[in-house]
Design a protein around this ligand. Sequence first.
Ligand SMILES: *Cc1c(COP(=O)(O)O)cnc(C)c1O
Length: 366
Amino acid sequence: MEFIDLKAQYQQVEDKIKVRIDQVLSHGKYIMGPEVQELEEKLADYVGVKHCISCANGTDALQLALMAMGIGPGDVVIVPPFTFFATAEAVKLVGAEPLFVDVDPETFNMCPLALERSILESEAEVKDRLKAVIVVDLFGAPADYTKISMIANEYGLAVIEDGAQGMGGSIEDKKSCSFGDISTTSFFPAKPLGCYGDGGALFTNDQEYAEQLRSLRVHGKGVDKYDNVRIGMNSRLDTIQAAILLEKLSIFDSELKSRNLVAQRYLNGLKLKEVRLPAIPSGFCSSWAQFTLTCENRMPLLDALKTADIPVGIYYPSSINKSKLFEIQSACPVSESLASRVMSLPMHPYLTTEDQDAVIQVLNEL
Ligand SMILES: *Cc1c(COP(=O)(O)O)cnc(C)c1O
């Protein structure tokens, strides 16, 4: 049994992907070839925003978003501590400092109450430097953007949506990666929409941000890459990866349906009293990047699954606010406690009901 089965997915699109890759090899435009623009148009359309700007990976996407907003040394950016390291790392990469705001124990996403409390209670010296908040759609479910955007607005903070795991999720009829002033995603192979290497993208409705991002990803180019008008990065999506993503995007909605069926089967089948199952707020849709349980003592569950040769993941084993690499200290008790209680079960669109029932049975027998 695979935790995430990329081979099963490849079998669905193998012929089409080979044709697409062959086309790239024939035209030879390996950097910024026609497939890149085709993908950007289709993704912008899919997400429902005006501009999609692809780039080299999800970490660069966050860094580019911060750069486009002019965030740098001296600035403070709010981030959740229960996420992949890159969310906070990007803030440091532009020379700013993260301020960690705790997450909600039910959704794992940034808690709006904690956000406002943290803004109000931070020392004047920190408060004056606050510029933006990076909100993560952890495990595929969007954060509570209605409340978070209202608070951000009130305190003059820009919103960056880290949708690395969120692609395909939604709130009512609004898709993930459309909730930030700038939103980002990652096409790392294991993400809900992944390519066969590294890749990423940014989304925005703001024309000015879009123009800056297109410049920033190619060495701060002006009219061309030898006319440099700002310090940028070398962060482009390979044409071959765009070609692969075009075919993966064509089956993405049907994969999302399968992911939801898998999630529902877990939700209906798992009966352990001491386990809390993931809760998606009403009106929200998750892309089910992960199916994550919480349990006071996860050791017996991990042991039983290991004995049965069933793969599990722990996302994330530590709360980033505990790292010594960041200057501003803050207590995040929910995140710190989650780090010792979470575990994620195999989750992908091609998980068979037999395999899934095996997981459910091992756990229910405890
Ligand atoms: C994967 C991930 C990233 C980084 O994406 P890369 O493409 O690996 O650089 C950033 N934030 C979150 C929440 C992620 O899950």
